[in-house]
Design a protein around this ligand. Structure first.
Ligand code: ATR
Length: 281
């Protein structure tokens, strides 16, 4: 039986966002805290944009072990860290803060790691040498996916975005294997691809659908969508109907949380069906 209070030794972490009420992270970490019987708490922290620097400094002063950072603060948090890991630096955003016992703030970004772990989980037959990847979208989520795919050795990675200049800027920043190609020709670029990733918001409830003709996509290509509301997006439904292996976006949310939980609470948690249920029900 859980007491209705936290003792003085409870480890504290949370998620900083604005708004934050929609965040599934408290359920996610709450499930793991219960599963592993840890004396700790993970709380939603609604922080208005102007308050981000004082809120983050406050976490260290209050003895928090750390926090996740979500929309719209991921980029702004970068400048507030004492130390940045190289992946966060390359992605240009922080999603996980680890606070040392000396109060130092370490900024990490585990989104790319979460993307890759989810992909490997959902499509164990896929491997980085399988062939070209097509990535749709050039926002913050795309940056994390690109870094993960590049680091895994995927090449080439065709990047398509409604606003071509954003794709071109990312290709220029990341170089080599990332090639910006026109959004209008997206269906044609699927020919020969081994992996298709949607990082845009298209297909999310309340957003327009992603219009994409999958007929050129080879039958053994894997299709994954970062959108997880709904869990099976129209893109994933269409891909499944054509016989493709599909990987939904909820797993990325679950897997990106693993390193933070381990750093704050001292246990490396496992992503299970029960966790998916707890987070998505
Ligand atoms: P995130 O950080 O979650 O990736 P973002 O930076 O707002 O969010 O990026 C959203 C992505 O969805 C962008 O690639 C955006 O394309 P633009 O760069 O052209 O804005 C894409 N997107 C959003 N609405 C779209 C639409 N109606 N058609 C095509 N792409 C769209």
């Amino acid at each position: 039986m859980t007491p209705g209070f936290l003792g003085g030794t409870a480890r504290l972490a949370g998620v900083i966002g604005w708004p934050v009420a929609h965040s599934r992270s408290p359920r996610l970490h709450g499930h793991w805290l219960r599963t592993y019987g840890i004396d700790g708490a993970y709380v939603p922290l609604a922080v208005a944009p102007g308050h981000l620097p004082s809120a983050i400094r406050g976490l260290a002063a209050l003895g928090f072990r750390g926090a996740n950072v979500t929309v719209p603060h991921k980029e702004a948090a970068l400048a507030l860290m004492d130390h940045l890991d190289p992946v966060a630096q390359r992605i240009g955003a922080v999603n996980t803060i680890v606070i040392g016992s000396d109060g130092r703030l370490e900024g990490r970004n585990t989104d790319g790691e979460g993307f890759m772990a989810n992909l490997r989980d959902g499509a164990p037959d896929w491997h980085p040498g399988a062939g070209p990847a097509v990535v749709l979208g050039a926002g913050g989520a795309a940056r994390a996916v690109l870094v993960a795919l590049m680091d895994a050795g995927v090449a080439p990675i065709y990047l398509l975005n409604r606003t071509f200049d954003r794709a071109a800027a990312l290709a220029a920043a990341f170089g080599g294997s990332v090639v910006a190609v026109p959004w209008e020709a997206r269906s044609e670029w699927l020919a020969g691809a081994a992996l298709l990733v949607n990082t845009t918001s298209l297909g999310m409830i309340g957003q327009p659908p992603l219009e994409l003709d999958l007929s050129a996509l080879p039958g053994d290509a894997v299709v994954t969508d970062l959108v997880y509301v709904p869990l099976e997006t129209p893109l994933l439904a269409a891909a499944r109907a054509r016989g493709h292996r599909v990987v939904d976006g909820l797993g990325m949310l679950l897997h990106q949380a693993v390193p933070g939980f381990e750093a704050w609470f001292g246990v490396r948690p496992v992503v299970t069906a029960a966790l998916r249920e707890a987070v998505f029900s």
